[in-house]
Write a protein that binds this ligand. Structure first.
Ligand code: ADP
Length: 452
């Protein structure tokens, strides 16, 4: 939930995004409560309140929590470690302590508000200690946990200084969900390796209590994206974007948070080398890179921004002309409609993360192309690659492979492009975010949940 200023003063409204869209109806139907960070920094959270049929229970974070728990432990330790350590994780004792305190605060809040025998679903890497903390306080609850990011192989996880505590934290749940089957396997093997626990299939025996691990690939609100992309206003905007770009033959698009896991630099480099090899040329081909501002106070992110902007400058310096840049670089946030228009305007979408739990942008692009035009270049290291098999898959660590995939996508014949898009769209329609939520909750033992 976001707090926004309107004509009537400060007000709360639902945050946009698939997770909220998927969970809101379930919570509303079951008179559920959303326990979450209140946003902002203060000692006191706003009083709990009701919004659109659900109860909201805000939890406060102070500016010190933000620095140590959120930017530190969550985003400078766990995030890089879980993403193959593509950037070196930073380990600090005071961050760890803050992570414990904040997790305890969330566990406390959930323990206070949950009814007898209720189901609690904990989301993501910032709250890995909560399942065990909550079980200790409230053994009557049914507890689910979902990790939205990758779960690393044993060798990498073992670097984590308080690794056993984190693992025990997760094992407090009845069901631990991952994006990928391999991640669930990493988890059960780790339980044996680190704590000597026995497992059969995906079920770990934790002192006689079964803890199940499983893969539940998250998705998007497919119908909403299809509707948005079909909206004449969005279609017109897409045409306008192409015109503003000089009506090039090929528009290549990247849309990512400015994050080092996303492979933005390697994608720019592939484009530069293709221009320099004469395989692509400006203005027939132009690239648009949206790099959403993200975690700007974390050092890794500041360094990345400098590197990406240097590469954009280099490409435009070498291959641009007055009024005709080769790369249009946008370090900005956009509305959902504008993003949909960008997707509709792009002939080729490049999604090249070095490691990504899922990558929803790839799914959004496919869903937006109901006109069945367009081509997706997708890294094998994005969770989405398991499902979007008809994309132009590439290994982001191999620059020649990325260049080749990009060229194939640029030159694909229209009927072949349509065939690929249709197959991927068919898959997404039956595997939307509602399907994700339903399958997790059913596995957890919440029967027949209705999810949008
Ligand atoms: P991550 O969760 O790592 O940021 P995903 O691709 O899974 O990566 O999800 C990103 C989400 O953020 C998508 O739903 C996408 O539409 C949205 N998004 C990305 N860039 C922007 C932007 N510049 N403005 C608004 N929303 C954006």
């Amino acid at each position: 939930m976001d707090e926004v200023t309107t004509d009537e003063g400060r007000q709360w409204r639902r945050s946009p995004g698939g997770l909220v869209t998927a969970l809101h109806p379930v919570l509303a139907e079951h008179k559920g409560t959303w326990v979450g960070w209140a946003g902002g920094t203060s000692e006191e959270a706003p009083e709990p309140f009701d919004l659109e049929g659900i109860h909201i229970h805000p939890v406060p974070l102070t500016s010190l929590d933000l620095e140590r728990y959120y930017e530190g432990m969550s985003n400078a330790t766990i995030w890089p470690l879980y993403h193959d350590a593509v950037e070196t994780p930073v380990f600090k004792r005071r961050w760890r302590e803050s992570y414990r305190q904040v997790n305890a605060r969330f566990a406390e809040a959930a323990a206070d508000v949950a009814a007898e025998g209720a189901t609690v679903w904990i989301q993501d890497y910032q709250l890995q200690l909560v399942p065990a903390m909550l079980r200790e306080r409230r053994p009557d609850l049914k507890i689910g946990f979902f990790l939205h990011i990758p779960f690393p192989p044993i060798e990498l996880f073992m670097q984590m200084p308080f690794r056993a505590e984190i693992l025990r934290g997760l094992l407090g749940a009845d069901l631990v969900g991952f994006q990928q089957r391999l991640a669930a396997q990493n988890f059960v093997r780790l339980a044996r390796h680190l704590l000597g626990l026995r497992y059969e299939g995906q079920v770990i025996d934790v002192d006689g209590r079964p803890v199940k691990a499983g893969a539940f690939p998250i998705s998007i609100d497919v119908a909403e994206m299809e509707r948005m992309a079909a909206d004449p206003a969005v279609q017109n905007r897409a045409k306008q974007i192409r015109a503003e770009l000089g009506d090039p033959r090929t528009v290549i698009l990247g849309v990512d948070r400015l994050d080092y896991t996303k492979g933005i630099e390697l994608r720019l480099k592939a484009f530069r080398e293709l221009l320099s090899d004469g395989k692509l040329s400006v203005p027939e081909a132009v690239m648009v890179q949206v790099a959403t501002p993200s975690r700007e106070r974390v050092e890794h992110y500041q360094t990345l921004r400098v590197k990406v902007e240097r590469e954009v400058g280099r490409i435009n310096g070498e291959f641009g002309r007055v009024g005709v840049p080769a790369v249009h670089y946008l370090h900005q946030s956009y509305s959902r409609n504008e993003l949909a228009a960008l997707y509709c305007a792009a002939d080729v979408m490049m999604v090249t993360p070095l490691r990504d739990g899922m990558n929803l942008v790839a799914k959004e692009y496919v869903a937006a192309r109901a006109d069945t035009g367009g081509a997706l270049v997708l890294s094998e290291f994005a969770g989405a690659a398991t499902e979007l098999r008809q994309s132009f898959l590439c290994n982001p660590h191999d620059p020649d492979g990325v260049k080749e995939a990009l060229l194939r996508a640029v030159h694909v014949e229209h009927p072949e492009a349509r065939r690929r898009m249709r197959l991927m769209q068919r898959h997404l329609r039956t595997h939307d975010v509602g399907h994700w939520a339903r399958s997790f909750l059913n596995e957890l033992g919440v029967p027949d949940v209705e999810v949008a």
